[in-house]
Design a protein around this ligand. Structure first.
Ligand code: AMP
Length: 411
């Protein structure tokens, strides 16, 4: 699990702000659900034969019930959607969420046991136009963070009929080669054969390469839906690649599936965003038949891809407007001026330990503040301050009554 010290946290906060801005432009509203849910919810929604449920959940007994720290956000959103009968109140709901998720995975660069996700869900719209809009939103958000060079991969898993037919064909293809598959895949072959295609084991990948293509099993309606997604994506100027081998680890997907891959400094953990349609889940969890689509992105991976220049920019935006450098006899007056400046919306700090001017200047420099405000006895008498721009060294004298406006204008 990872600590965000202030500089990194500033980039995180900026990322969250950008996410809220971009999602609200597309009509999404934020939801907050608890960090824990009944374990059963994840078994039923994510699927029992998945890495998450088999190996990665932090589960505990609270004395009465088995609870689990949420490993992802979709199941919690669907639970809340049903619990509050939102489907009965509005025909289409567009939700955005952000927060920590928990998976007991092997840690690696860009892979943590507590990680943050931002995500979106749309309920009540079967697409295909909304599918493209959701993918576009994901891409525009990543662009807004200054990340370039990403790739969008899309696929369609088809509806229920398609999945069943494909499953049979896949089992027929894999069974004669069963002995050559990894242990995990041998077990999954009967429980969840689609997952074999998603395996990272080299011997499985080799066999998966020759497997029948899911695309040839799509029904006419599935194909029309998938074409619709592609047409809409082109209209939105979102570049994409159709990747028929894209499966993804979660059980619940139907039809549209997509990933956004990062620009390449993430090694194996280069999937910034994963998402897709899950038209059956709401019904399977006891609600009315309701189409749904969503995505989630790993915040830590976005931060790695953003690079230092972007993070510096965000840290600068969050910097103090000014650091006060004060003669020791003027401290009481100085804290009162600082208080007035803060009330006027200016960010100010000062050193109240009675240190020398030199030492206060050192702290001003270190604080990253844009300006130092020098307040000695001459300035106090004249009712002014020396405003020193710390990067350029340029200095000017400003009346105290005009300070707030001058500092805000100088941002
Ligand atoms: P998933 O919920 O598995 O579809 O993952 C969606 C996104 O969350 C991935 O593409 C990653 O960016 C991120 N993610 C998933 N697991 C982790 C993890 N253990 N650490 C950091 N990010 C993760």
């Amino acid at each position: 699990m990872h600590d965000f010290l202030p500089k990194e946290a500033a980039a995180l906060v900026q990322l969250e702000r950008t996410f809220r801005e971009v999602t609200s432009r597309y009509g999404f509203a934020e939801v907050r659900t608890p960090l824990v849910e009944h374990t059963e919810l994840f078994l039923r929604s994510i699927g029992e034969v998945t890495d998450i449920v088999e190996k990665e959940m932090y589960t505990f007994d609270d004395g009465k019930k088995s609870l689990t720290l949420r490993p992802e956000g979709t199941a919690s959103c669907v639970r809340a959607y049903l619990q509050h009968s939102v489907h009965g109140k509005e025909s289409v709901s567009k939700w955005a969420y952000l927060g920590p998720m928990y998976r007991r995975e092997r840690p690696a660069k860009g892979r943590y046991r507590q990680f943050f996700q931002v995500g979106c869900e749309v309920y009540g719209d079967e697409g295909p136009v909304v599918d493209a809009e959701v993918i576009e939103l994901a891409v525009r958000f990543i662009e807004a963070l200054g990340i370039t060079g990403v790739r969008v991969l899309i696929n369609s898993l088809g509806g229920e009929e398609t999945r069943a037919a494909y499953r049979d064909a896949l089992v027929d293809y894999l069974t004669p080669q069963k002995d050559k598959l990894s242990e995990d895949s041998q077990r999954r072959l009967t429980l969840n054969p689609l997952r074999v295609l998603d395996s990272k084991a080299p011997q499985d990948q080799e066999i998966a390469a020759g497997a029948p293509q899911l695309s040839s099993f799509l029904t006419e309606e599935d194909t029309a839906h998938f074409k619709g997604v592609q047409t809409a994506l082109s209209a939105l100027n979102v570049e994409f690649e159709v990747e028929y081998r894209l499966v993804r680890g979660l059980d619940y997907y139907t039809r549209t599936l997509f990933e956004v891959k990062g620009p390449g400094d993430l090694g194996n953990q280069d999937t910034l965003c994963g998402g897709g349609r899950y038209d059956r889940m709401i019904e399977e969890l006891g609600g009315p038949k309701t189409p749904a689509i969503g995505f989630a992105m790993g915040v830590e991976r976005l931060l790695i891809s953003m690079g230092d220049a972007q993070k510096e920019k965000h840290a600068k935006e969050a910097a103090l407007d000014a650091f006060l450098v004060v003669g020791s006899e003027l401290e009481t007056q100085a804290i009162s001026i600082a208080s007035q400046l803060r009330s006027a919306g200016v960010s100010v700090d000062l050193d109240g330990r009675g240190r020398s001017f030199k030492s206060q200047f050192r702290r001003a420099d270190k604080s990253g503040a844009r300006h130092a405000l020098v307040f000695g006895s001459d300035e106090a008498e004249a009712g002014v301050m020396q405003v020193k721009h710390l990067e350029s060294g340029k200095q000017s004298q400003v009346p105290i009554s005009e300070l707030a406006d001058a500092l805000i204008a100088a941002r």
